[in-house]
Structures are given as structure tokens and as C-alpha cells.
Design a protein around this ligand. Sequence first.
Ligand code: NIG
Ligand code: FE
Length: 390
Amino acid sequence: MTTTAVTHIASLVTNDPSLGNGTPLGLIQDAAVVIDGDRIVWTGESSKAPATDNVLDAAGRAVIPGFVDSHSHLVFAGDRTQEFNARMSGQPYRAGGIRTTVAATRAASDEELSANVARYLAEALRQGTTTFETKSGYGLTVEDEARALRIASRHTDEVTYLGAHIVSPDYADDPAGYVDLVTGPMLEACAPHARWIDVFCEQGAFDGDQARAILTAGRAKGLHPRIHANQLTYGPGVQLAVELDAASADHCTHLTDADVDALGQGNTVATLLPGAEFSTRATWPDARRLLDAGATVALSTDCNPGSSFTSSVPFCVALAVRDMGMTPDEAIWSATAGGAAALRRTDIGRITPGARADLVLLDAPSHVHLAYRPGVPLVSAVWRSGQRVV
Ligand code: NIG
Ligand code: FE
């Protein structure tokens, strides 16, 4: 196998606290990384790097792990420009706009949907995302949900069944019947194509009892839970996530002290999605409060055409630092190792021997510039599984 060294890295984020400066980022100055095939085989000081077949001189630039975007909704058609315009003129965000995307998605061909996923993925890759999760949730029939998951699984292994996004318009008068569908024939058709099951636990979507029934049914079929929790209002989602050992409670915008304590003590990652608060002009989630309580925090895009139409993790990092009380170090950790934790993965989100060789070379001397220079395209090269892809 061919070995490649990236040398003279001004500042390397390893996410291994036993390395370098001993902080959670495990920062090494004047570092090198050696890749063999799809794996990282060596990290350390540049002057001590072993000989390799190829050498790329980073010439004073920084390297970070590829971003792990653990929450997106990419299988959709159309957009919601009008709804965004109305919001920016003062209308509140109503998740009912999801129905507009459901209609457009049902009407689209498989090819159109797959091309859309590929397009947003290419955008994300150019901005440093090397792993992403994506969900169904804009089909809401047995066939359309299974189709969305089949399409998603052509592009990623991290696929989530979200038949319980909202009650299907076809079941407007029979929400209990829709829950039976989601936990019965739809689950049967979808489970083979997904790793995760998710529910939008919110007023106007699914309540705590419905969410518990849906996630429990999914678990019995081998899907592991994650939850859209406490986005628009206070509610039972976070407590349910911790109770069911969900990998992640996502959004976490409206939290009681008991919710924060539960996340601080449990195994469930709090995934914050600042693109949604930005794009809906909502209250920011309080990352500081969660971090101070000991919670593991992930940062992701929530890329979807309604509440957060951004594929940019660097943008979310900048928002989290500016408006959610995170330091640049914490935000970079959350967008890499935090995302990996939210997907219960240990092979990604770090640059240490044995990890998948997912690296981002920045046109900047340190990772801090991602928050310090918002909106600037600082990603200059990306390797995924050892292959140079940008
Ligand atoms: O995570 N909150 C529910 N689902 C998405 C929004 C979907 C939409 O508006 O189309 C979210 O924000
Ligand atoms: Fe979402």
C-alpha cells in the first residue's frame, strides 16, 4: 500500500488528549500525519516522521479531522424560498412547511432525489465534511419512506428512518393510525435500509408516548434511537432520549435544569444545530450550560430545505462560538469527535493511528480561524478514507 505523509503542519488537531498540549483537542505544533491506505498510521512531530512514498508539505497550515455531520435531511426535492422570505419578514417558523417538501419529494423521480443528495454532499465535502448522517421523513408513505432510505444508503452508511417526522397529511384525522403505520408496515419496509430511528418529538408532531412507542418498535427491529428533542418548545424529548439510551438528542434548544442534568449524566449526546436557530430567528441553544453540566455536545448542520438550508459545518462552528457560548476549541471538538460520539463511532473524528484517514487541510495557521474568519472558504484539501477528494 502507498504511504503518504503530510508534514510541517503548523497546528494539528488530533482529538487525543494524551497527545500534544494535553487539552481535549490534543494539539501538536509542527506536526506530521502518515496515511497508509485508508488509515492513519502515525502522528507526531514533523521532524520525527518516518519515510513515506509521498510527502505533502503543509507549509505552516493547520490540519483537523474531517467534520462528522451527524444530522441532516438530504433526501428531498424543491426548496422553500417563499417560506424563508416570509420568515425574514416576521412570520414564525412552523414545522407545517414540511408538508410542502413532502409533496415535492413524492413527485420527484429516484434519479432527481439521488442527484440532490449528491449535490449537497459535494457542497459539504468542499467544506470539510467527510462523514454525514441523513434521514428520510419527506415521504411519509411506506413506499416513499423506503425509497428515501434506499437512496440515502447509496451515499452513506449513517441512514436514519424518520417516518415520524410529522403525521402524514393522508392521516390528518387519524394520528393513531399513522403511528400504527410507522411502527408496523412502514418500519418493516424501512428497517433493512437504516441504522437509526428518529422521531420529531414536539407539539404538533409526536408527543412523548407516541415517540416512546415508535422508538421502542424501531429498537425491536434493530434500529438504534435518536430524537429531535426540545426544538420549538420545552417537552419530554430529552428525558425520553436519555431513558432510551438514544445516541443523541438533537436541537436541545429549550431545556429545563432537569434536562441539562439528564444530558450531563447520561450517555446521550446533545447535538446542537445552530443553522436552524439562525434560519428561523429562534433562541440559541445554550451550549455553555450543557458543557458545564458535563454533557457531550455535537455540532451539526441539520441541512434541510425548511429550517436550516446550509451544508456548512464551518458556518455552524462560527455561530456556536459567537452565539452559543462555545470556545473555538470546544466547537471544533464538537464538530468532529462530538459528531462521531453522536453516531457512536470511534473510527472517525480523530487523527490518531488506526483511525480512518479523514483529514482537512486549512488555509490558515490554526483551527481557530474557522470561527475567527467566518464565511471565508478556508478548506484547501480534504482526504476521505486516505483518498484526496478536494
Ligand atoms: O430538524 N424539526 C423537524 N425537522 C427539521 C425541519 C424540517 C423542515 O422544516 O423541513 C429540523 O429542523
Ligand atoms: Fe432535523
